[in-house]
Design a protein around this ligand. Sequence first.
Ligand SMILES: [Zn+2]
Ligand SMILES: [Zn+2]
Length: 274
Amino acid sequence: MYIGCHISVGKGIYAAAERAVELGARSFQVFSKNPRSLKPKKIDYEDAEKAVRFMKERDLKLILHTPYITNLSSPKEDLTEITISSLKEDLHIAEVFGSPGAVVHVGKHVGEGEEFGFRRMVETLNAILGDYNGPVKLLLENTAGQGSEMGLTLKELMRIREATDVADKIGFCFDTCHGFAAGIWNGETYGELVEEMEKTGYLEHLMAIHFNDSKAPFHSRKDRHEKIGKGEIGSEALSRFIHDPHFQSLPIILETPVEDEWEYRDEMEYIRTW
Ligand SMILES: [Zn+2]
Ligand SMILES: [Zn+2]
């Protein structure tokens, strides 16, 4: 089981990988760049090479997360252009860092309506991935459905993937908190969720799990992460993921609120007692 957590990449990717091991993580996630900006980033290739070697030696898995402010469905042409080039760069960074996927949030229609949002998202994905031939998959993350966020259900996520011309370059990342807040699973319906993952074909493209409890209630459509076992989902429901043979080879990444990354160490230890 590859339980891990989100780690700051401020001191470079090698330092982040070392930190992950110090915390007892078997996987980790970093941002490709400042999460609130789409400014290009200078890549330290030497540092990355060292990190990739280290991760291989330790059997440590990495997942890259692209900036939060990315909107695949933006109605603004100039912003869409910036988004496309930023995500192309993120795919390259993922490749250099040795991450098999780059997580991106599904688009927000920002009042333009779901049909527009869907169409624009498909166009944007085609533009990002059309001429990309590398090994990295762009991973669509399910949303809580806050504001005008789209992509709450597995069916919708599959529909987006299949509407593009680049479906083979698109995978998924499932966030447990977002799914709970969107109302697509809880402790009682876990079995149905996994069944639907299988039935829709979602499961075979699932490459990472964001493992978070939720401060907000079931179906509240609010994206508020909570520490594992301290929220509305609870340990018992969340433990189903950990015991499920379907997810044994996937990075399971904590994005729970912490003041210090060291808190993840205890949280991971707690999960391992299940
Ligand atoms: Zn997430
Ligand atoms: Zn979230």
